[in-house]
Write a protein that binds this ligand. Structure first.
Ligand SMILES: O=P(O)(O)OC[C@H]1O[C@H](O[C@H]2O[C@H](CO)[C@@H](O)[C@H](O)[C@H]2O)[C@H](O)[C@@H](O)[C@@H]1O
Length: 245
């Protein structure tokens, strides 16, 4: 592990993105699972009194619970931080009407592009283009961005083959700050692979460790290649903590 000093800070908040970090990216979001062996390492970390384990994902919290299988072991933060205290806080009438417009607009785009699909979340709609032919995927993305630009009050994020449109504002950075304070964490380890994870990396201090998974510009201090490298890093952390007990 490149920052053994991190392991000396207790309590340690270990906060991890899910897709592309614990699980490889797959075509069908419901099929994503942690790499073999990762779940046991995470359970071992979560069992420690001096570690707080959190999964911080763009997924709806229910979806995160289903694919991670870690609901009993980790704090689950869904919808990019909007679902941080269990259930989604709910939408007011205006937000609910806006969400319907978002979903209708994205569904309209999806019908024009074979393979495109829309994921429904408590406060967002997501256009998925991963299995769409490249030309169609580009067109679908651009049409979705155009359609959403006419809806005041929405928050648009582009991720890995997704256009995500939320009717409430949330960020993983704010969620991790809340977790850090709530659990009096002395340091934070955070690993993420996507643009939304940059909102966390930019909040980290000198005692923390930000780990970017895969390519792309980043404010993280360390980069690793893929979920297999994340698993190795987590195993090393677990063993360092155990040796130091
Ligand atoms: O914050 P994350 O845990 O990384 O969640 C981000 C999005 O993850 C899911 O989509 C991504 O993973 C899918 C399964 O590997 C893949 O098919 C898709 O192309 C990726 O963008 C999820 O479906 C989204 O709702 C999340 O926002």
């Amino acid at each position: 592990m490149r920052s053994p000093s991190l392991a000396r800070h207790r309590p340690l908040l270990v906060a991890l993105d899910f897709d592309g970090v614990l699980s490889p990216i797959v075509d069908v979001p419901e099929d994503a699972r942690p790499l073999a062996g990762t779940t046991q390492i995470l359970r071992d970390l979560a069992d420690r009194d001096d570690v707080v384990l959190a999964l911080v994902s763009g997924r709806a919290r229910a979806s995160l619970a289903a694919v991670s299988g870690l609901g009993e072991h980790a704090l689950l933060v869904g919808s990019h931080g909007a679902e941080i205290d269990g259930e989604h806080p709910g939408l007011d009438d205006g937000e609910r009407a806006l969400l319907q417009q978002v979903v209708d607009g994205l569904e309209q785009v999806a019908t024009e592009h074979p393979g495109a699909r829309v994921e429904h979340k408590p406060s967002a709609g997501v256009l998925h283009t991963r299995v769409v032919e490249a030309g169609h995927a580009r067109a679908a993305t651009s049409e979705a961005l155009q359609a959403m630009s006419g809806l005041p009050g929405v928050h648009v994020m582009q991720g890995k083959d997704v256009v995500e449109v939320s009717v409430t504002e949330a960020s993983k950075g704010a969620a991790v700050r809340t977790l850090r304070e709530a659990h009096h964490a002395a340091a934070v380890l955070y690993a993420g692979d996507d643009r939304t994870d940059e909102t966390v990396f930019t909040t980290l201090g000198p005692d923390d460790l930000g780990i970017k998974v895969g390519p792309g510009d980043t404010a993280a201090r360390v980069r690793v290649a893929d979920p297999a490298a994340v698993r190795l890093l987590l195993r090393t952390l677990r063993d360092l903590l155990a040796d130091d007990a």
